[in-house]
Design a protein around this ligand. Structure first.
Ligand SMILES: *[C@@H]1O[C@H](CO)[C@@H](O)[C@H](O)[C@H]1NC(C)=O
Ligand SMILES: *[C@@H]1O[C@H](CO)[C@@H](O)[C@H](O)[C@H]1NC(C)=O
Ligand SMILES: *[C@@H]1O[C@H](CO)[C@@H](O)[C@H](O)[C@H]1NC(C)=O
Ligand SMILES: *[C@@H]1O[C@H](CO)[C@@H](O)[C@H](O)[C@H]1NC(C)=O
Ligand SMILES: *[C@@H]1O[C@H](CO)[C@@H](O)[C@H](O)[C@H]1NC(C)=O
Ligand SMILES: *[C@@H]1O[C@H](CO)[C@@H](O)[C@H](O)[C@H]1NC(C)=O
Ligand SMILES: *[C@@H]1O[C@H](CO)[C@@H](O)[C@H](O)[C@H]1NC(C)=O
Length: 560
């Protein structure tokens, strides 16, 4: 049933995509994620005039297919190679590499619940592929125990309506997925966490946010994620801009919490400073007054340091917090973290109000926390009890914080949030996600610089950070060998080659040694724009260990 519906609509989608690329506009597409029905429908198409036309931002849809893994993940369609090979990638703010599963990986040649799915990459079938660093230069592992190794390759990658040549990515010639099908992944974190082996020396390379900025497609390393509610068909990731129709109330900018040990900004860590529950208009504070600073890492502080991680499905909290605050609110959740799905629509089940950074509250309805689970072999709903009730997973899980002391806050909560990930400024801007699917998109391009969001949103409800960042932001790629070219079906948008492909500020590195010499930037893009706030970069070299916790495909986890 599922596959039939999916196949029918996939062809509808393909023809729609063709249509959209022919008119040379940035498409936003919606794809069904529930019940196996894939339905394509155009949401919006930007016009070809003015500030929003074809540059400054880039968007693509993200969608969840719950049956793919326990609890789901968010996926985007991209292409790689010449001719383009379609790939589905998990969108992961908790790691930093783009990778595809190689067609020759044993897991991809096998069948079964842990095999590869939705696109594998055959380098030999691409006329533009080259090996950038031989295997096992790419070697990554994730919080859920999954791992992938292989070479780093370089090829044309298609995102939205753009084709970008010279993009580096991992080719997973060996891939182990522990929580479901193996699917490629697009890591959108700081390049400092890239999974480049020390082979022979650690190296960083421009990853997707940097490539898009370096080529002038976007002005700074910034993107906005709108996952949409469980009931929605799809959300979007918008590079370089903010869509003011996708949230309610004020967008509030928070400083990222520096890493507990290095003191640098290199992962999307925020603080949960208070937690309340609300039922039928009655609000109860569960805890308040947590620190919005490094004290949050102290286990005696009431604040929780959290990694905003689209690659994790659940929110992991310390067992003590779970037992003190959550178990009493949701007593129907069994020791396996499961419950009958009927609680998702029970109005007596409380919603959570989560306060971030001491400054912004996000309401998460119980219906977003209680999600149906499916058998990964049959795609049929799991049954909870002998009476035949459908089984749901409760997406807040108890787990001890490891490593750097933070825990992952995944899709279960992020669905209720609109989050702007601003890598250049080391900030996260947060608002309550809109729950309406009918709003007309209203995209605002964000200029580079420390006050980029504030100036772009001056006509909107906006709350800036109280203090600007004073600590260092992780170094960008130091390799000066990047050479990218970006085009749509009809015209070149921006080109940056040689050292111009790597912003000056990114080249400071540990020793300042930059090879690659001269380069040039042409086209409407300006290579290197917006890197100013990275000039304080002090963390050099890759391989800062990232930890991911909790259920979820590709959960957390940066380079090894
Ligand atoms: C996007 O991914 C879905 C899920 O695999 C697939 O069915 C669909 O054909 C893809 N669309 C395109 C245009 O590749
Ligand atoms: C990947 O890294 C892990 C951890 O350092 C190591 O144990 C493993 O051997 C590496 N894999 C390959 C293929 O080199
Ligand atoms: C991956 O899975 C295969 C087959 O189950 C196993 O032989 C191999 O040791 C695993 N590799 C890692 C790195 O876990
Ligand atoms: C968040 O909501 C709680 C409960 O209503 C309230 O006590 C707290 O002051 C709110 N925080 C902010 C920043 O509005
Ligand atoms: C999924 O379905 C298969 C085939 O019916 C069955 O063998 C397997 O036990 C099921 N898995 C779970 C976790 O229920
Ligand atoms: C949508 O959000 C509004 C307020 O932002 C709220 O009043 C309404 O109940 C929400 N609707 C649903 C279906 O969650
Ligand atoms: C934390 O570390 C412990 C001990 O190494 C391990 O058993 C546990 O699975 C880890 N928890 C998470 C969420 O990774």
């Amino acid at each position: 049933m599922r596959s039939t519906a999916a196949a029918a609509s996939a062809s509808t989608l393909a023809s729609l995509l063709l249509l959209l690329s022919a008119v040379h506009a940035l498409p936003e597409l919606a794809i069904a994620k529930q019940g196996g029905r894939l339905v394509a429908r155009p949401l919006a198409r930007r016009d070809d005039t003015g500030i929003l036309a074809n540059r400054g931002t880039l968007s693509t849809n993200v969608y969840d297919i719950l049956a793919y893994s326990g609890g789901g993940a968010y996926y985007a369609n991209v292409t790689v190679g010449t001719p383009p090979q379609p790939q589905v990638v998990i969108l992961d703010t908790g790691s930093s590499d783009l990778y595809f599963d190689a067609a020759t990986a044993p897991a991809c040649e096998a069948t079964g619940p842990y095999s590869c799915r939705d696109g594998t990459f055959a380098p030999k079938d691409s006329s533009t592929y080259s090996v950038a660093h031989p295997s096992p230069a790419f070697n990554t592992s994730f919080g859920d125990g999954s791992s992938a190794t292989g070479p780093f390759g370089q090829d044309v990658v298609g995102v939205g309506d753009l084709l970008i040549s010279g993009v580096q990515f991992g080719v997973a010639e060996a891939v182990n997925s522990t929580t479901g099908y193996a699917i490629g992944l697009m890591g959108l974190g700081y390049s400092a966490n890239e999974a480049s082996a020390y082979n022979p020396t650690p190296f960083l390379y421009p990853n997707m946010p940097e490539v898009l900025r370096d080529t002038g497609v976007i002005n700074s390393r910034l993107y906005s994620v709108f996952l949409a509610s469980l009931a929605e068909i799809s959300g979007t990731i918008l590079f370089g801009g903010v869509d003011t129709s996708r949230y309610t109330g004020a967008l509030t900018t928070l400083d990222i919490l520096p890493d507990a040990y290095s003191g640098a900004i290199d992962q999307f860590i925020s603080t949960v400073t208070a937690l309340s529950s609300t039922t039928a208009g009655q609000t109860t504070n569960l805890f308040t007054g947590g620190s919005n600073n490094a004290n949050a890492y102290d286990s005696t502080d009431t604040a929780l340091p959290v990694l905003l991680d689209t690659g994790s499905s659940a929110w992991s909290v310390p067992t003590s917090y779970y037992n003190a605050y959550l178990a009493p609110l949701y007593p129907f959740v069994d020791t396996s973290g499961l419950c009958p799905c009927s609680y998702a629509s029970d109005s007596s089940v409380p919603s959570l109000i989560i306060e971030f950074g001491g400054r912004v509250n996000i309401t998460v309805p119980a219906s977003e926390l209680i999600v149906p689970i499916y058998n990964s072999t049959t795609d049929e709903p799991e049954i909870y009890d002998t009476a035949g009730h459908a089984a749901c997973a409760f997406m807040i899980v108890a787990a001890e914080p490891n490593g750097s002391g933070f825990q992952t806050l995944g899709d279960a909560v992020l669905r209720s949030m609109y989050v702007v990930f601003d890598l250049d400024n080391g900030q996260l801007s947060v608002a309550q996600a809109s729950n309406s699917s009918t709003d007309t998109p209203s995209v605002i391009e964000i200029p580079a610089g420390a006050s980029g969001i504030a100036s772009a949103l001056s006509q909107h409800s906006y709350s800036a950070a109280q203090a600007s960042q004073t600590y260092s932001i992780a170094a960008e790629a130091q390799s000066a060998t990047g050479s990218f070219e970006v085009s749509t079906a009809q015209s070149t948008i921006g080109v940056a080659t040689g050292s111009a492909a790597v912003p000056e500020d990114a080249q400071i590195g540990a020793t300042g040694a930059v090879s690659g010499g001269s380069g040039s930037a042409t086209g409407t893009g300006s290579a290197g724009a917006g890197a100013t706030s990275s000039s304080a970069a002090s963390v050099a070299g890759g391989g800062i260990e990232g930890f991911g916790f909790g259920a979820g495909v590709g959960g957390g986890g940066g380079g090894v």
